[in-house]
Design a protein around this ligand. Structure first.
Ligand code: UDP
Ligand code: MG
Length: 139
């Protein structure tokens, strides 16, 4: 059964280029409610853990370097059919293939610096949200 939450990050280039506001606006206008939100800088070790599933891929080393190169914004989002609808809103991994009206079409610079992350399953949405926010429950 599809749950109603997904997880996103605004990646370092988009943060550096002052697109936090523009991207959050597209997310809210896309019908998502922001449940949790924070700006953090990943160490290379933490970035490596987050993308562990890709560790055998040729782009892994560069991806870890990129994702720890500057602050990111992490958020848990809520909407019916959140995971699938958010993947539609962000567009294809490679911005050259991203559809008009998508976040990556508007803000991504390259297949690596592609502006945003979006979870690919309900299970990963839960795991990735916990990666950033589980320890915050004391607040
Ligand atoms: N990535 C990359 N080169 C590639 C494929 C992916 O640098 O050939 C990066 C890109 O930042 C992407 C991330 O690795 O967002 C994770 O890849 P995935 O295939 O999971 O794409 P996504 O789910 O983010 O669309
Ligand atoms: Mg992915």
């Amino acid at each position: 059964m599809a749950t109603n939450r997904t997880f996103t990050m605004i990646k370092p280039d988009a943060v550096q280029d002052n697109h936090i506001g523009g991207i959050l606006q597209m997310i809210e206008e896309g019908g998502f409610r922001i449940v949790s939100l924070k700006k953090v800088q990943l160490t290379a070790e933490r970035a490596g853990q987050f993308y562990e599933v890709h560790k055998e891929r040729p782009f892994y080393g560069d991806l870890v370097k990129y994702m720890s190169s500057g602050p990111i914004v992490a958020a848990i989002l809520e909407k019916d059919n959140a995971v699938a609808d958010f993947r539609t809103l962000i567009g294809a991994t490679n911005p050259a293939q991203a559809a008009d009206g998508t976040i990556r079409k508007k803000y991504a610079k390259s297949i690596e610096a592609n502006a945003v992350h979006g979870s690919d399953s309900d299970d990963n949405a839960q795991i990735e949200g916990d990666f950033y926010f589980a320890a915050d429950e004391q607040f």
